[in-house]
Design a protein. Structure first.
Length: 111
């Protein structure tokens, strides 16, 4: 695992919780998902990336660092809105820009 709390699996990068930086984790690649374990405990689950050189980052994996060091990342602080259990909250668009929060109507505001 690298210092950015990501692991590389078949040319793609996937996030894991920051508390595991420096540890060795085990990744199991299935047909449609990747599951990451620290010992026997599941610590991350991601939809599998098919194209090469992509990244799947889950904001929840970085929240521990933001609580300890709120200014550690550029941009506004993360939303305090709850996330439904079992879902992830990707914070970047496929183009690499910060994802805008949805409006009250459920759609993201225009550019």
């Amino acid at each position: 695992m690298d210092r950015f709390s990501q692991i590389s699996v078949r040319t793609n990068r996937y996030s894991v919780p920051v508390r595991l930086i420096g540890r060795t984790v085990r990744a199991i690649l299935h047909a449609s998902e990747l599951v990451v374990y620290d010992g026997q405990q599941e610590v991350a689950r991601h939809e599998r990336l098919i194209a090469k050189g992509q990244a799947r980052l889950d904001l929840d994996h970085y929240l521990e660092a933001l609580v300890r060091k709120p200014g550690a990342f550029p941009g506004p602080p993360p939303s305090n809105r709850p996330v439904p259990q079992g879902s992830s909250r990707p914070f970047m668009t496929p183009g690499g820009r910060p994802r805008r929060p949805p409006t009250a109507s459920g759609t993201a505001p225009g550019p």
